[in-house]
Design a protein around this ligand. Structure first.
Ligand code: SF4
Length: 580
């Protein structure tokens, strides 16, 4: 029987319980949502004693299913005020699953302020240890000392100084395959919730664990083989394919060409510095500088897509891993910065402080809009980021994200939904992603329903990006994504799953193999819809209405070059997305 580990940060007490029958088939986002909906009052203060943080590996995480090392983290978001699920690919997830842990639930707040704790989990049990010695330090300094102390083979979760200071853009950091502090369940400020609970780290040691039980090995093998074949066949996910060769930043030139690459705080849809900051440029620099530079890197063992990279300094030593599309854009085009070395430094700082790069870049763009820096001024952007690390009053504001920063400095043009800044796709030029941003229970989030696949990439069919009838597409993508986020597979399997029926079948059959279920591909819709319904019911009880399912006003009247379009999807179309 898999266990739920409950950590009471008020009493500093850890208990283990068998997972209730109702959670038996759940994993990932499905499980974190369910526990939050069952146990957290939607009206609670996100940083108060009644919020909880739940960690759960996906259904197939910890097995040798391809690209399946995801950890889901859930709680009430201090950034949006609604439910939040963020996930990351990391060895931590695989080790937690192999230890037989279905979920970790962190609850309560400490009696003593400014005391931090480390949760150590291994085959012998789970214990809290003092972690004060690591307070106030950057994660690039902290991680090597953690692995020196606990062994290179463990999985690590951490919050940085942003989480300690309860900044609402604090993310939750995990180790990557080489034990860097670089893999983030970044969005929604859940790092601040952990900070409010005084939990700085979780260390998982799966040595001598039994591993993940697979109830029907034949079904599992058949399913994973089908999915792996689909991944190895698709142009986007195959070895030597687009993601493997250029990383996710392969999208820079594509989105720029489409006129949907948000530039200078969403003022334009094309960036003159796109080519210089593209996936192609990253690959060339890795090759030219050599040394530590590489593409085709991976976040955890067992990924066959391998979309990550290690970006080198001019002398070939490592600068940061990785420059992926969203981070590249957030600190690049969105701030008008066209220098990859500056972008690499801004990502490094963001990782070091424990921030979500999308929100951090969006915040810098908003203060540029406010006049605290010129667009394109990389040196000033670095100075502003360092304010966050130092925890100055300005830094504390910036660390609370774009919406808070916009309010403080009187900026009207804040491109967010439900308090969360938009990612790297312009909704005026690609309407479906705007519908996802508006209607996802998560706030503006491209990963909540990646309509870019059919609208721009021609994957899963074709959809005209300017067509405003996108309710059905946005709904289907949100539902499918909620299913994938529950399985433990990386969202990037979606390309092969959308284009090859056997890819989707394989993902379902691999779950059947682990769980002993008889799901068919029809269950994908059932599971995904249940997840979305849970999230919407939480948000409704927290006070959200359909008025919150809207894009910022300026996008309705400000024309976006080069296509000179506004966001003209009618409110009725937005309201159709989740209508019963
Ligand atoms: S495709 Fe990229 S993000 Fe997904 S598991 Fe592989 S390396 Fe990680």
């Amino acid at each position: 029987m898999k266990q739920i580990i409950r950590v009471d940060m008020t009493q500093l007490k850890v208990t283990a319980e068998d997972a209730p029958e109702k959670y038996k088939y759940m994993g990932g986002r499905w499980l974190t949502d369910s526990i939050i909906c069952d146990e957290v009052d939607p009206t609670c203060h996100p940083l108060g004693p009644y919020n909880k943080v739940v960690f759960a590996p996906g259904i197939v995480t910890g097995t040798d299913a391809p690209s399946s090392g995801r950890i889901s983290v859930g709680g009430k978001s201090p950034l949006t005020g609604g439910i939040k699920e963020a996930n990351a690919g990391t060895p931590f997830a695989q080790k937690l699953a192999r230890l037989g842990v279905k979920a970790i639930v962190i609850e309560g707040v400490p009696k003593e302020k400014d005391k931090y704790w480390l949760l150590k989990m291994d085959k012998g049990g789970t214990k809290l240890h003092k972690a004060d010695e690591w307070m106030g330090k950057g994660l690039y300094e902290v991680f090597p000392s953690l692995f020196d102390k606990f062994g290179k083979h463990v999985g690590a979760e951490a919050i940085g100084v942003a989480g300690e200071k309860l900044m609402t853009n604090a993310g939750i950091c995990f180790n990557d395959i080489d034990n860097r502090p670089s893999r983030y369940a970044g969005r929604g400020g859940l790092g601040a919730v952990l900070g409010s609970k005084g939990l700085k780290f979780i260390i998982v040691d799966d040595k001598s664990s039994k591993g993940v039980e697979i109830l029907d090995q034949n079904v599992f093998n058949k399913g994973t083989a089908k999915l792996a074949k689909a991944l190895r066949s698709h142009d986007i996910t195959k070895p030597g394919g687009a993601l493997n060769t250029y990383g996710t930043a392969v999208l820079v030139n594509i989105m720029n060409e489409a006129g949907g690459y948000p530039t200078r705080n969403f003022r334009e849809g094309r960036f003159e510095g796109a080519a210089a900051t593209s996936g192609e440029a990253i690959r060339n620099i890795c090759k030219e500088r050599g040394g530590a530079g590489m593409t085709g890197h991976t976040c955890h063992p067992g990924c066959i897509i391998q979309c990550s990279n290690v970006y080198p300094k001019p002398d070939g030593t490592e600068h940061v891993s990785c420059i992926e599309y969203e981070s590249d854009w957030a600190f690049g085009a969105n701030c008008g910065i066209d220098d990859l070395d500056v972008i690499a430094e801004l990502i490094w700082l963001s990782n070091d402080y424990g921030l979500d790069t999308i929100e951090a870049g969006g915040t810098i763009a908003v203060v540029m809009e406010a006049g605290l820096a010129e667009f394109g001024d990389g040196a000033r952007a670095i100075e502003l980021m360092k304010e966050i690390g130092k925890g100055t009053p300005l830094g504390q504001i910036l660390g609370c994200g774009a919406a808070t920063t916009g309010s403080v400095f009187g900026v009207v043009r804040v491109p967010g939904v439900k308090g969360q800044n938009m990612p790297a796709y312009e909704p005026r030029a690609v309407k479906g992603i705007g519908v996802t941003y508006a209607t996802s229970p998560m706030g503006a989030d491209h990963t909540a329903g990646y309509t870019i696949a059919p609208e721009i990439l021609g994957v899963g069919g074709e959809a005209d990006p300017f067509d405003t009838k996108k309710a059905e597409l946005a709904k289907n993508m949100q539902v499918e994504t909620a299913y994938i986020d529950s399985t433990g597979y990386c969202l990037f399997i979606i390309f092969a799953v959308l284009d090859y029926p056997e890819g989707l079948e394989g993902s379902v059959e691999s779950c059947n193999g682990v769980l002993g279920t008889n799901w068919t591909t029809d269950d994908v819709g059932r599971i995904g819809s249940e997840v979305i319904d849970l999230e919407r019911s939480f948000n409704k009880a927290a006070g959200f209405t359909k008025a919150h399912d809207r894009l910022p006003e300026f996008m309705k009247y400000e024309k976006l070059p080069p296509h000179n379009v506004v966001f003209d999807v009618p409110d009725e179309e937005l309201d159709k997305v989740h209508a019963k």
